[in-house]
Design a protein around this ligand. Structure first.
Ligand code: SF4
Length: 102
């Protein structure tokens, strides 16, 4: 039986914790990646996207890091993810596609 990761919903948490191999922190004191962008705001809930995806997606090993399309790596203690999931379950928004070029 294979493992199926929970889908990415664009909470932004992983890129806020620190940059991937293609990203860059805002500053020494702010580890969030400077390329993280707000994709949309639904009922005051922010959904994020990578602003560098077109540059990254065809690079060698981009399928491993940042692993677009591989699912969520930070599903625990992630309040923004919970809010986005609640909006999806309430029919207020669709599951965001966090796969390449979405
Ligand atoms: S996936 Fe994009 S936004 Fe996230 S850390 Fe990498 S470059 Fe930054």
């Amino acid at each position: 039986m294979g493992y199926i990761a929970a889908p990415c919903v664009g909470s932004g948490m992983c890129c806020k914790k620190g940059p991937c191999a293609f990203g860059e922190s805002i500053s020494k004191d702010k580890p969030q990646c400077k390329f993280l962008e707000i994709k949309e705001v639904v009922d005051s809930v922010e959904v994020y996207k990578c602003g560098k995806i077109d540059e990254i997606v065809d690079q060698p090993f981009a399928d491993i890091n940042p692993a677009f399309g591989a699912g969520c790596c930070m599903s625990l203690f992630n309040d923004n993810r919970k809010k986005i999931l609640a909006l999806i379950h309430a029919g207020r928004m669709k599951l965001p596609h966090c796969s390449p070029r979405s």
